[in-house]
Design a protein. Structure first.
Length: 97
């Protein structure tokens, strides 16, 4: 039986490859940014729910790590919420899933 469409895994890879192509990054760079952004997101959820200094410190550390990595890759970063927004050459870029 022939398969119609693409799988979720294929869709994720395609989104990451497209982002890499548009930004001049490698696929592995995109994966690393996504993993680091997701870690910051999770730390933000914990900080919001717990409200402790330790949770806030972990969030700050995760965000700083992401900011350093993204800056080395040529982006500026803003945090309009729990997930980062990348900026490059006047464009706002959202990381793919």
């Amino acid at each position: 039986m022939a398969r119609i469409g693409i799988t979720l895994a294929e869709r994720l890879v395609l989104g990451r490859l497209t982002f890499a192509s548009k930004t001049g990054l490698t696929y592995d760079d995109v994966k690393t940014l996504i993993v680091t952004a997701n870690a910051a997101f999770r730390a933000g959820e914990v900080a919001a729910n717990e409200g402790t200094d330790a949770a806030q410190q972990k969030l700050d550390n995760r965000r700083r790590l992401f900011d350093r990595m993204a800056t080395r890759m040529g982006f500026t970063v803003s945090w309009p919420g729990l997930y980062p927004l990348l900026h490059k050459a006047g464009d706002d870029l959202v990381l793919p899933d």
